[in-house]
Design a protein around this ligand. Structure first.
Ligand SMILES: [Mg+2]
Length: 228
């Protein structure tokens, strides 16, 4: 097979990420529920607050913590308690320290792929936080480059292609998010491999769009061996 350039997402592709946030959100909703709101409504307000804050502050645990605190203050109003805010803050600090849980089959599959292809880790988020996760994962040695950007859209994909002189017909983006991995990559003519994850973040949901390149869907990361 020709040597391809494989751009590989990190969160919920190489390691669990969103499930830790989801667990915290469930606990958060239970904290706020006694203020008299339905769980779905609390989640809706939290999602709206996150969208607003991401535009202003970018992705990352700290921005998430800010969104939880703002949502709590908005919904609890005058009944807001300092202890509850401290509790929320403590949970966010714990989340930030949670070591990455590598997904099944990932290290051996990367070891196989890196012998045959050029691998670039392509992730979005707060640079120091993502770099620390990559470091703790122990997977950085499989990649020729680690690229961390504030947002994965067709413009950042275009810049990546240019910077690393990627031949589009031999370039593949591999990840769990239609919005950040599959659709923007295919929009600029790259190929893509969609590896769905059951806990993909709600803000990443989007229908998968067809593009000029090839699209492969695999049920698990280890199945990349069958294609590359
Ligand atoms: Mg991801």
């Amino acid at each position: 097979m020709r040597r391809n350039t494989l751009m590989i997402d990190a969160d919920d592709t190489l390691w669990e990420n969103n499930v830790f946030f989801e667990n915290l959100i469930e606990d958060f909703i239970s904290l706020v529920e006694p203020c008299g709101y339905a769980r779905a409504y609390i989640r809706h307000i939290l999602n709206e607050t996150e969208r607003k804050n991401i535009r202003q502050y970018g992705y990352g645990v700290r921005c998430f913590g800010r969104s939880l605190e703002e949502t709590y203050l908005k919904l609890a109003e005058h009944a807001a308690k300092r202890e509850t805010l401290a509790l929320i803050h403590g949970r966010v600090v714990d989340l930030e320290r949670t070591p990455p849980k590598i997904l099944d089959g990932v290290p051996e599959t990367l070891a196989y792929l890196t012998q045959r292809h050029r691998l670039i880790l392509f992730t979005k988020g707060e640079p120091a936080e993502q770099a620390a996760k990559v470091e703790r994962s122990g997977l950085q040695g499989f990649f020729e480059f680690i690229e961390i950007v504030p947002e994965k859209d067709h413009e950042t994909y275009g810049a990546l292609v240019k910077k690393h002189k990627i031949v589009k017909s031999l370039g593949w983006m591999i990840g769990n998010s239609p919005r950040s991995d599959i659709n923007p990559a295919m929009r600029i003519g790259l190929n893509a491999v969609y590896v769905p994850h059951q806990h993909t973040w709600q803000l990443e949901h989007e229908p998968v769009l067809a593009g000029a390149g090839k699209l492969i869907i695999v049920p698990a990361f280890r199945e990349l061996r069958e294609h590359f």
